[in-house]
Design a protein around this ligand. Structure first.
Ligand SMILES: [Zn+2]
Ligand SMILES: [Zn+2]
Ligand SMILES: [Zn+2]
Ligand SMILES: [Zn+2]
Ligand SMILES: [Zn+2]
Ligand SMILES: [Zn+2]
Ligand SMILES: [Zn+2]
Length: 435
């Protein structure tokens, strides 16, 4: 029996249709041609088919409806899973179940309003508006943590944001606003007052040291000649004036210092001589730079030997020499004398001094046999006051030979050789025994 049901095939795909475009029918089961004359409506079969129990076509989406086939169309008109055109006419097919959601939230034709500026929009136009609404609060892009309406962002970033860059008003370098205070405290250009309260009002911190050392007019400075004894103290400008005005007193101060130093040098020299004490009773005196010393001697200079002792605890003596002569030999002779100096052991020695003193000027000829030394001796006159125990006065007169040797004789032999002269002073040891 061939039976057919139009209603069913109409809703399903056309592939299973029994009609063809040429009006030739084929069986959907075996594809054999059908004789149109033999096709007829079969009410009994239709009743049977329409009475068969079927599931809703949206069974897979979750519709649990199941009933006779004849009631399917009626069900679909209400089925929540069946799609119908958007009631807002946006053109989309929307299952009834989500229509409410669609109309509220996703339909491009829905009516809505911006939650920030409260202006009305359709769904479509709101999408463009979101991200540009000037009233929407958004986080500051400098990450300062503030939420500011979009329209105030530019002003915030420029004037209020704690993370904005601002220049230090003193050094002009840029800093993040909330670190500026820390910088300012350390800024090298921070103006500070001169601690001396001078007439410079404010000065950059980094320049203060130079100001204090070189420019501050209020600084009290001691005079440059302080170490020489000048007591002046004053500001830089007063000091400059003082230095100009006080040249003479300063010079006097320096002279005083030089003379004190000279005394000091002398006492050091004496101390040094004490350390290299000659106690042999014989002095061998080397006079170097003879020509220079002779020239100096013309101005009256006296050469003094290092002091020497006649024995370890004996008399303290010193030879003196006038290269250009003195007294009766002045200008023509070399004069030589012995002086008795105050010594350490004078209290224990016999006075007057009574030992024979000999002066020898060496002839420095190359062969000793031909040498002709000049020798003079004297035995002290016990009545002469200078052989008494000497006082502490330093300028005791000496005793000796004003005409020891004439300048003419000096020139003849090798008494002066290579500008050097040797003189020996010998004290007769026999009587120099200390107590
Ligand atoms: Zn359904
Ligand atoms: Zn819609
Ligand atoms: Zn808005
Ligand atoms: Zn900010
Ligand atoms: Zn700065
Ligand atoms: Zn100052
Ligand atoms: Zn001074």
């Amino acid at each position: 029996m061939i039976s057919c049901f139009y209603g069913e095939t109409k809703r399903r795909s056309k592939k299973n249709s029994i009609s063809s475009s040429e009006g030739v029918f084929t069986c959907p089961e075996d594809n054999l041609p059908l004789d149109y004359a033999k096709i007829y409506p079969d009410p009994d079969a239709e009743v049977a088919i329409m009475g068969s129990v079927v599931y809703c076509i949206h069974y897979k989406e979750g519709c649990k409806w199941s009933d006779e086939l004849r009631k399917l169309q009626g069900h679909l008109n209400m089925c929540k899973f069946d799609a119908i055109p958007c009631t807002n006419h946006c053109g989309a097919m929307i299952p009834r179940l989500v229509m409410e959601d669609h109309l509220l939230y996703t339909c491009p034709k829905r009516r809505t309003r911006c939650e920030y500026c409260s202006r009305d929009f359709t769904g479509e136009t709101l999408e463009n508006h979101v991200g540009s609404c000037q009233l929407e609060p958004i986080y500051c892009e400098n990450k300062c943590g503030s939420k500011i309406q979009r329209r105030h962002q530019a002003n915030h970033r420029q004037h209020e944001c704690t993370k904005r860059l601002v220049p230090c008003r003193y050094c002009q370098k840029e800093f993040v606003y909330d670190t500026l205070q820390i910088h300012t405290a350390k800024c090298p250009r921070l103006p500070v007052s001169c601690p001396n309260r001078c007439d410079v009002l404010k000065i950059a911190k980094e320049d203060l040291e130079v100001h204090l050392s070189d420019h501050c007019t209020a600084l009290t400075l001691p005079c440059t000649f302080k170490d020489m004894g000048c007591k002046f103290k004053g500001t830089r400008s007063a000091l400059d004036q003082h230095l100009e005005d006080a040249t003479k007193p300063h010079l006097l101060l320096v002279c005083g210092v030089v003379s004190r130093q000279q005394h000091h040098i002398n006492s050091l020299r004496t101390a040094l001589q004490g350390l290299t004490l000659n106690t042999s009773g014989t002095l061998l005196w080397k006079i170097t730079d003879y020509s220079r010393r002779l020239a100096e001697a013309r101005e009256g200079y006296e050469l003094c030997s290092t002091p020497f002792y006649t024995s370890q605890y004996g008399y303290k003596l010193m030879a003196t020499l006038f290269l250009n002569g003195n007294g009766a030999g002045e200008g023509t002779h070399l004069s030589i004398y012995i002086k008795i100096l105050p010594g350490e052991y004078d209290a224990l020695l016999q006075w007057p001094f009574s030992h024979t003193v000999t002066f020898i000027l060496y002839d420095q000829t190359s062969t000793v046999e031909q040498a002709c030394n000049i020798v003079e001796s004297f035995v002290p006159d016990p009545t002469w006051k200078n052989f008494q125990r000497p006082s502490k006065e330093p300028d005791a007169l000496g005793f000796g030979f004003p005409r020891f040797v004439s300048h003419d004789v000096l020139k003849k032999r090798h008494y002066v050789k290579d500008d050097v002269m040797y003189i020996k002073v010998k004290v007769d040891g026999n009587k120099t025994i200390a107590v």
